[in-house]
Design a protein around this ligand. Sequence first.
Ligand SMILES: [Zn+2]
Length: 88
Amino acid sequence: MKRWMKAQDHVRGEYPAVIMKRLCTTPTCTSEAVVTLTYDYDGQVAAIGPLAPPSAQAGYDLCERHASRFTVPAGWTLLRHVESSGDS
Ligand SMILES: [Zn+2]
């Protein structure tokens, strides 16, 4: 019985090491995020770039589909730092 308990503890201890999957922040979307969207409100610029590190917490993760559909309000500039691989 004690051995079994130890094994369980070992498994529980490894759980946090599971790779965190980043998901698109668009409501109802469950696709994996591939880019991070950030805003500069002062400069009225939205930028789509490579997935930011989790510690940044300064943007919105988007999947490829929503990143390609993303548009900015009138007067804003959209910068894309990643090339779409879906060009046809
Ligand atoms: Zn999405």
